[in-house]
Design a protein. Structure first.
Length: 79
């Protein structure tokens, strides 16, 4: 039948996202994502899918991009 999938095809298609890696970075905590996405419902659905079977690494420190930018504007002699 055109346009129909067997149970195995559906199962494989549904698991496709769990066969690879995805890296998402943000400088905002999850609680503030609604401000960017504009909808609590959309944000909740997105976070539900992004955080299913994941490892969340929270890193608090100085941004290396900001550090590089400052260094380019004010290079130190001898470096």
């Amino acid at each position: 039948m055109h346009g129909s999938m067997s149970g195995e095809e559906k199962r494989s298609d549904g698991l496709l996202g769990e066969r690879g890696s995805t890296l998402v970075t943000s400088n905002l905590p999850f609680a503030e994502w609604t401000e960017v996405l504009g909808s609590e419902r959309l944000t909740g659905a997105l976070l539900d899918r992004l955080t299913h079977h994941v490892h969340i690494l929270e890193m608090n420190g100085e941004s290396y991009r900001l550090k590089q930018s400052k260094h380019k504007r004010n290079p130190q002699p001898g470096r």
